[in-house]
Write a protein that binds this ligand. Structure first.
Ligand code: C5P
Length: 316
């Protein structure tokens, strides 16, 4: 068995800390290669996940029932019942460990809903890490990722964080090197979200029935670009097979992509299934300047800057 997230000798310290607080990042995809639809309805992927510094936070307290409250992005809009990925995650971990799913959770959201930034998967990953600590389950990161894979394709990556290769339907993750090097991003958040299944469906439609099945291989170009640590090189290697489908469903994304490049970004692409657009900058100061120019162009609801990679769901 691999290392648990904390050791027995830490438990009294953790318990004395009172509520457990976990911070989890958003993800973008630096490369998203989409292969054919499988018999289970998912598409075969080869993707490079990258965790960026836009965070949700979950606070977990002991309780004798399961309760979830939230504030921030999507409050009043996101259901807090059994359909919520946080509730699903708590129940999945409880079932795995043979205990009652009892916890009082509060979700503080900054990652917008249905935005291609994997906010729901991030919250599931945070709930797993939080309840593991609250209940003293002692699961390793790999074990939590394994439970998370049943909840959503991006959950194992959000447990891990950093920059990672995702294969199969995205749930099989392995870290890629380039630690210690920061990349600087500008994130353009749209007025409303896009449905991930609809974007995958649109890609299938655009590719056409009877067309040669697309194949996905290891994304060597982007892996080499990451190793070079040169934003100009990385800019040329970014790519997302879902972008055409997201653009087809939401024509306005084109104006946002064009505005980011006109604002001076090295490159722009749709994050995951969209509609969020991310732009690569040379450094932190350049990101601030691109973000300012993008705000002036008024092509999206909000503009943020964020560096990456950052760790996955972690106790704070
Ligand atoms: O795994 P997750 O719940 O995030 O997936 C949401 C939806 O996105 C799936 O139901 C499926 O329609 C689509 N999807 C896909 N292929 C993947 C990942 C997601 O078709 N590899």
């Amino acid at each position: 068995m691999t290392e648990p997230l904390y050791h027995d000798e830490d438990r009294p310290r953790l318990a004395a800390m009172g509520p457990v607080k976990v911070r989890v990042p958003a993800k973008i995809n630096l490369h998203l290669g989409v292969g054919p639809a499988r018999v289970d309805g998912f598409h075969e992927l080869a993707t490079i996940y990258h965790a960026i510094a836009i965070f949700d936070e979950i606070t977990a307290r002991p309780a004798d029932a399961l309760a979830l409250t939230m504030d921030g992005e999507g409050a009043g809009e996101l259901a807090l019942d059994d359909s919520n990925l946080v509730i699903k995650a708590v129940k999945a971990l409880a079932a795995e460990t043979g205990r009652e799913p009892h916890a009082r959770l509060h979700l503080r959201k900054q990652i917008p809903l249905a935005s291609g930034l994997a906010g729901g998967s991030a919250d599931a990953a945070a709930a797993l890490v939080a309840c593991d600590a609250l209940w003293g389950t002692g699961f390793s990161r790999e074990e939590l990722a394994h439970v998370g894979a049943r909840l959503g394709s991006d959950v194992p990556f959000l447990v891990l964080g950093g920059t990672a290769l995702g294969t199969s339907r995205g749930e099989a993750v392995s870290p890629v090197l380039a630690p210690g090097h920061a990349w600087y991003w500008v994130v353009a958040i749209a007025d409303s979200g896009l449905s991930t299944p609809e974007v995958y469906g649109e890609l299938d439609r655009l590719r056409g029935v009877g067309a040669a099945p697309p194949s996905v291989g290891t994304p060597d170009e982007i892996l080499a670009a990451l190793r070079q640590r040169d934003p100009g090189v990385l800019a040329k290697a970014l790519g997302n097979d879902l972008e055409a489908a997201a653009l087809s469903l939401r024509h306005g994304i084109r104006a946002t992509l064009d505005a980011g490049v006109a604002a001076g970004a090295l490159a722009g692409l749709v994050s995951g299934s969209g509609p969020t657009c991310v732009f690569l900058a040379r450094d932190a100061a350049h990101a601030t300047s691109v973000a300012g120019a993008l705000v002036d162009r008024d092509v999206c609801r909000a503009v943020r800057t964020a560096h990456g990679p950052v760790p996955g769901a972690r106790l704070i």
